[in-house]
Design a protein around this ligand. Sequence first.
Ligand code: ITT
Length: 206
Amino acid sequence: MEIVIATRNEGKLQEIKELIKGLQVEVLSLKDIPEVPVVREGGSSFRENALMKAEVIASFTKKVSIADDSGLAVDFLKGEPGVYSARFAGEDANDGENNKELLRRLEGVPISKRGATFRCVIAVVTPEGKKDIAEGECRGIIQFEEKGEFGFGYDPLFFVPEYRRTFAELSPEIKNKISHRAKAMEKLRVVLKEYLKTEKTSVEKG
Ligand code: ITT
């Protein structure tokens, strides 16, 4: 079975590919299907955005599609940047600019008030319109400066107390065991396995 990972974010793509390793699927990304439409994220929740992205791509490609909408909710900023995480420092902001903006907004805020949650919602949609959705969360503390080279986005600022490292200091293998994305994907592996079983049965039946 072919599935499409509906993201233009290279960091997410690599992580999701790792997380579905072992399933008998052939993974396509949006780079393999250049003509797909760009989905504007107009929703006010991760859930809405993830579903919208997966629905558009599933109906366009006629393949099972997986979309991830995720972001960082900082306690002191009352949940910001949230669904605007990719655009925190402006419409076309890159990771470095978003990290700088986050540090600026937290200037003078003590460590005790720098708690934050990474949230991830992943939607799986079939061409027939069947939808499944799962969420995952991970708690951490926003550092005073960037540390580490792995990962993407806010990883260099997101300190995980249990490991005494930022996400960007942890190897991809460890991040993929404990992250918000890993937790969401773990629930959806069951769903994908079911699709595979159904597909196998219908192929055998002819
Ligand atoms: P797609 O919509 O094409 O998937 P995007 O980057 O626009 O890509 P989102 O709208 O879901 O995706 O934005 C998520 C942003 O949240 C992302 O750009 C990062 O800045 C941040 N983010 C999400 N998960 C992260 C992670 O595991 N590590 C670091 N930052 C993360």
